[in-house]
Design a binder for this molecule. Structure first.
Ligand SMILES: Cc1cc2nc3c(=O)[nH]c(=O)nc-3n(C[C@H](O)[C@H](O)[C@H](O)COP(=O)(O)OP(=O)(O)OC[C@H]3O[C@@H](n4cnc5c(N)ncnc54)[C@H](O)[C@@H]3O)c2cc1C
Length: 236
């Protein structure tokens, strides 16, 4: 749907320290050009737009979305998915205090925290796990710790996100169930396990040969997403 190819990776490449991942998009676009792939961008498609092209086969790569934090109260005030925050780019008004709820633990999640540290006076990082950066290799994790400590990010481990109401965040200790609060929070941003986005599959599967690749087949990491697209291409 975007005017530029690259999906979530293009968002990732705008984050501090992640610029080099943009080279992967350039490489894939060069390969597409080499093999004569025609790109039609900037348009959201539905089942009828797809079928209007009379395809012999369809490969869906519609990605995944961050699911709401599982323990968050149903009546909580609105909170922001990490990728939506990046799309929004900079806060219009400089925020004083932002809480980042981390169930993702990937390099990209901490790149969003690095961005927040540049844009916000005080960042609180809360995770239900006992440590941060658990999906980052050890050497890179040391860099994550160094950057977050240098930026004075307040790191709170072992706590789940329970509620956000009128600027007060309630968290719960995962070991003792004891609740505590952070007051005067301007925004809560979350990076959580992802949910498949597949509005087209059920409408197309009986009409055309169909394959799903990448996060829309099941959420995964970037190289696995690229590899599944590669295998789908070989199979066609
Ligand atoms: C918070 C977060 C952190 C991550 N961190 C890492 C990491 O550190 N390392 C790593 O390897 N991976 C990471 N990933 C995973 C990686 O970003 C994904 O695996 C990868 O981007 C999946 O690629 P994809 O092409 O399947 O989907 P996407 O990149 O999501 O692309 C899907 C595309 O489909 C388009 N689309 C959807 N519906 C329609 C429609 N109806 N019509 C037209 N276009 C449509 C979307 O606009 C989008 O451009 C992270 C993901 C998230 C969310």
């Amino acid at each position: 749907a975007s005017k530029l190819a690259g999906g979530r990776l293009r968002l990732d490449a705008t984050l501090p320290g992640r610029e080099e991942v943009g080279a992967m998009i350039d490489y894939q676009l060069n390969k597409a050009k080499q093999y004569g792939v025609s790109l039609q961008l900037g348009q959201r498609v539905d089942a009828s737009t797809v079928m209007a092209t009379a395809p012999e086969a369809v490969v869906l790569a519609t990605g995944a979305t961050l699911r709401p934090p599982p323990s968050l109260a149903a009546n909580a005030d609105s909170i922001t998915a990490a990728d939506a925050y990046v799309v929004r780019l900079a806060p219009v008004v400089r925020q004083k205090r932002v809480l980042f709820f981390d169930m993702d633990h990937s390099v990209s999640a901490y790149a969003v925290v690095d961005l927040l540290a540049q844009q916000v006076d005080h960042v609180v990082l809360v995770t239900p796990r006992t440590h941060i950066a658990q999906n980052v290799n050890y050497c890179s994790a040391i860099g994550v710790h160094r950057r977050l400590h240098q930026a004075r990010v307040e790191i709170v481990t072992g706590h789940d996100l329970i509620n956000f109401q009128r600027g007060t965040v309630t968290v719960r200790n995962v070991f003792t169930d004891q609740e505590s609060e952070f007051a005067a929070v301007d925004e809560v941003i979350y990076a959580t396990p992802r949910l498949v986005i597949d509005p087209l599959g059920s409408k197309l599967s009986s009409r055309v040969e169909l394959q799903r690749v990448g996060d829309c087949q099941s959420p995964r990491h970037l190289m696995a997403a690229i590899q599944s697209g590669h295998f789908a291409g070989l199979a066609l």
